[in-house]
Write a protein that binds this ligand. Structure first.
Ligand SMILES: C[C@H](N)C(=O)N[C@@H](CCC(=O)O)C(=O)O
Ligand code: MG
Length: 370
């Protein structure tokens, strides 16, 4: 099965409530969809989110990097040579991880179709169902409490609470949420780089002294502040997780070797797809460190890839933050992953298991080669 062409489209889904973090605020899930065509008539689906404040990637940059630097090298390649294709994708250009992720996802989808098996089975096998947390956007306390109540009513028992835009208010937000929901849910915090090291130690020691039990705190400080992360990890009992600091296998080795953090958040938009995500999951196992599989605010095409990986790598990946599609008003993708509250069910169809996609908006000049 040979690669013959690549098509591009956009997919836009309105959110139930605006997604607000210390880094950005958005009201839609917007994916660039990549469709790889083959000489056998099979197509593979991949997608990428635009998160310039985290990856530096936009839909425009993803599209031009694929067309200009990566696609020309993929034309004619055999899907059965999966590792070779991933190597070409990874080495065609530096960085641009979201572009690489979208392509790798589509190639893995085709690999599953070639062997007529769901991806999670080809990757080693695992459970067909997973449980995700849900994100509570940073907002005023009343809004955050009502979002938590809604999430709990929908069956979620792990809340990923976004904070990081004002230290004192953040402490009050966490205290209020813990008071109302701390007994019935696990609470994770994601600061999205909003504090500095001293502020983090102050806030977490304060919360610990009040017996506020947090499952983990994600990326409290700037992504390049490894010294700050280590300073925090050495001074608090709450587990510290790296997100924006952990893109590459090399960074993950440094983070774990030097005891900079306790936990790693793997996202395919940061690793450049599944091949390096697998590599990182294996590295965390070597260090006997826990890891999470996460997502950007992205729809269910890319999340399906991450979910198949999480199923097959359940020994390494113990925490799941794949709630992107659950935050949308609807899911235009049929097959793939199905959400029912916190439960994610993987399709048993081949590859990612996607059957069809509604409301795809083709992009002008969105076919390669023209
Ligand atoms: C959506 C997911 N739960 C999440 O919070 N992901 C990111 C932020 C993604 C974005 O801004 O698109 C994270 O920081 O973990
Ligand atoms: Mg995060």
């Amino acid at each position: 099965m040979k690669i013959t062409a690549i098509r591009f489209a956009k997919l836009k889904v309105p959110l139930v409530t605006p997604f607000k973090t210390a880094l950005r605020e958005v009201s839609f899930i917007e994916d660039l969809v990549v469709i790889i065509e083959t000489d056998k008539g099979e197509i593979g689906y991949g997608a990428a989110a635009s998160t310039p404040v985290i990856t530096g990637d936009t839909h425009q940059s993803i599209l031009s990097v694929i067309k200009q630097f990566i696609a020309p090298k993929l034309l004619g390649m055999e899907i059965e040579n999966l590792n070779q294709i991933c190597q070409v994708i990874q080495s065609s250009v530096v960085a641009n991880y979201s572009a690489k992720a979208a392509l790798e996802l589509a190639v893995y989808d085709l690999w599953g179709k070639l062997y007529q098996a769901p991806l999670y089975k080809l990757l080693g096998g695992g459970s067909q169902t997973l449980r995700t947390d849900i994100t509570i956007s940073v907002d005023n306390i009343d809004k955050m409490l009502s979002d938590c109540a809604l999430a709990v009513a929908q069956g979620f028992d792990i809340l990923k609470v976004k904070i990081g835009n004002d230290l004192q208010q953040d402490i009050e937000r966490v205290k209020a949420i813990y008071q109302d929901f701390g007994q019935k849910t696990h609470i994770r915090l994601d600061v999205n780089q909003g504090w500095n090291a001293k502020q983090t130690v102050f806030a977490l020691q304060k919360l610990e002294s009040l017996n506020v039990e947090l499952e983990l705190v994600e990326q409290p400080v700037k992504s390049d502040d490894f010294k700050g992360l280590k300073y925090i990890t050495e001074r608090v009992n709450t587990p510290i997780m790296a997100d924006e600091s952990a893109f590459s296998p090399k960074q993950v080795i440094q983070l774990l070797e030097q005891n900079v953090v306790d936990i790693i958040n793997i996202k395919v938009m940061k690793t450049g797809g599944l091949s390096r995500a697998i590599e990182i999951a294996n590295i965390t196992a070597q260090y006997q460190a826990q890891c999470m599989i996460g997502c950007m605010l992205e729809g269910s095409i890319a999340v399906a890839g991450a979910a198949h990986l999480a199923s097959a790598k359940a020994q390494q990946i113990s925490k799941i933050d794949l709630d992107g599609p659950a935050l949308g008003q609807y899911d235009p993708v049929q097959g793939g992953v199905e959400f029912n509250g916190p439960a994610i069910t993987l399709s048993d169809g081949p590859g990612l298991g996607i059957n069809s996609i509604d409301t795809l908006q083709p992009i002008n000049d969105g076919v390669w080669p023209l």
